[in-house]
Design a protein around this ligand. Structure first.
Ligand code: SAH
Ligand code: SF4
Ligand code: F3S
Length: 478
């Protein structure tokens, strides 16, 4: 049976109640199975891609936990789930590679269930390939119907056939589903879904659908609940947070939303991602400058330094506008840390265009820049462009860019060497007894500590900058 369903316009509160009833049904099934087997049932969930995927995985994990499954890291589990990404081809290839391995695990345990969801599943050619080449996958769904996971899971448990449920789009935002947070003291918070920008290289608008903002009241309520629950740092998530609220019945700007969050008790740090340079307003810069909680860090994707390429990319700013924006930000918030994303080898990129990118990197003083080789994504306008850059040329430019980015990053980040910074302690590093924390500027610091510091704010002396991170020591009086 292949189940294809259309978008519905059910009221969201009704939908939450409906899904809760499926959670109850699935719970009973789990208890019966677990009784028969005489052991708890397990699941393994892997997330590819961005923080929005991480956040949606928390919903799936929350529902699995609620249903009665125990999470484990090892894929020899009763249920294996992948939340997929397709922003670049290698994200795609990773999933296909791992499916081969899952097949062999399933040979050993035929009762094992395999679930694929997320961005990659919104591409029709991917779903065709899974139906044909990977029939042992039990359930496939996309990005628009994650809220329906309990129902899909319950259906899958009763079906011998592969279930495929992909929606082309949705206007629903379902609130209040169970979630299992990755950290107790920090959390991502979706403020909007989808993207309307259609940058010519990018597949996200096709797989995530049109831009939809959550109501500010729902966001404030969620952040208040998180803060009451011990979360002191939130990361507001959206593909283009600067256009938040434009499509609401009562429009609200992103800066106004930030102001609504400012006074929430217990909340200490507010971060957000991603800012599109074309929509970054002076109002937002002013709000950041006066806020006591918004971290002085901005991720401001450049993509290219060439005005000609930016136009073909459909980014709707040029080199001068970008540099002017950076100037205005640095004037208002002198200690701001800037990070960026850059694509190398976009169709038609010449050496001169590339030099413009190097020029912007040299001028902007990024703390970190994420550099990507252009990857052709099916059905995007750039994929049809004729003047694709040969791989070896792109690779050579990529290496030159990386060298500059690293040199500049080291120079910029070392500005804090010798200072004392407040860090939020996040986890124990791979080395026992060494803990990792993050400064307001999003820089990582490793220092000797103990478990009691997890989730706390401590003052750390930054002894030595190692490029993207620091080695430090706790201040004596901590
Ligand atoms: N909404 C964010 C970006 C989300 S995707 C923004 O507009 O800034 C994250 C990054 O992946 C992008 O900033 C871009 O640098 C990179 N990316 C997206 N599509 C790509 C492609 N086809 N090839 C290479 N890199 C790509
Ligand atoms: Fe992709 Fe552009 Fe939307 Fe970012 S703003 S998700 S790069 S289309
Ligand atoms: Fe990937 Fe989807 Fe995020 S394509 S980067 S997981 S929005």
């Amino acid at each position: 049976m292949t189940k294809e369903s259309q978008k519905t316009n059910t009221m969201t509160a009704e939908e939450t109640a409906r899904q809760n009833s499926f959670i109850e049904l699935a719970k009973t099934l789990t208890a019966q199975k677990s009784n028969t087997l005489g052991r708890p049932l397990t699941y393994c969930l892997t997330t590819f891609g961005c923080q929005m995927n991480e956040k949606q995985s928390e919903v799936v994990a929350g529902i699995m936990d609620e249903i009665g499954y125990h999470r484990q890291d090892n894929e020899e589990a009763d249920v294996v789930i992948y939340n997929t990404c397709t922003v670049r081809e290698n994200a795609n290839l990773k999933v296909y590679g791992r499916l081969g391995h899952l097949h062999s695990l399933k040979d050993k345990n035929p009762d094992m269930k395999i679930i694929l969801f997320g961005c990659m599943m919104q591409e029709p050619h991917v779903v065709e390939k899974i139906k044909k080449t990977y029939p042992f996958v039990n359930l496939v769904f996309g990005t628009h119907n994650i809220f329906k996971f309990a129902e899909l899971f319950y259906d899958m448990q009763q079906s011998e056939q592969q279930i495929v449920d992909i929606w082309e789009g949705t206007d629903q935002i379902v609130e209040d589903l169970p979630t299992e947070r990755n950290y107790t003291f920090k959390s991502g918070v979706n403020i909007m879904f989808g993207c309307n920008n259609f940058c010519s290289y990018c597949i996200v608008p096709y797989v995530r659908g049109r831009e939809r903002s959550r109501e500010p009241e729902a966001i404030v309520k969620e952040v208040k609940r998180l803060a009451a629950d011990g979360v002191s740092e939130v990361m507001l998530l959206g593909q283009n947070v600067n256009s938040y609220g434009k499509t609401l019945e009562n429009p609200v700007t992103f800066a106004q939303l930030l102001e609504m969050l400012e006074d929430i008790e217990g909340l200490k740090r507010i971060r957000f991602m991603t800012s599109h340079p074309k929509d970054l307003s002076d109002e937002l810069i002013a709000t950041m400058a006066k806020s006591k909680k918004i971290c002085h860090h901005l991720h401001l994707p450049l993509q290219s330094g060439s005005s000609r390429i930016l136009k073909v990319m459909n980014r709707r700013y040029d080199k001068e506008k970008y540099l002017d924006l950076v100037d205005r930000i640095r004037t208002a918030i002198p200690d701001i840390s800037l990070t960026t994303d850059i694509i190398v080898g976009f169709p038609g990129e010449t050496e001169e265009d590339f030099q413009e990118t190097l020029d912007v990197v040299a001028k902007c003083g990024y703390d970190t820049a994420f550099t990507f080789l252009y990857s052709k994504r099916s059905d995007t306008p750039a994929a049809a462009m004729e003047n694709q850059v040969p791989q070896d040329v792109a690779k050579e430019r990529f290496n030159r860019l990386l060298a500059l980015v690293q040199q500049e990053g080291r120079r910029r980040s070392s500005r804090f060497e010798g200072s004392v910074q407040e860090v939020l302690v996040e986890e124990e590093s791979k080395e026992k007894g060494i803990f990792t924390g993050r400064t307001e500027y999003n820089l990582l610091v490793h220092f000797p500590g103990n478990e009691s510091l997890l989730g706390k704010y401590v003052r750390v002396h930054l002894d030595e900058c190692r490029g993207f991170y620091y080695l430090g020591t706790l201040e004596e009086n901590e």
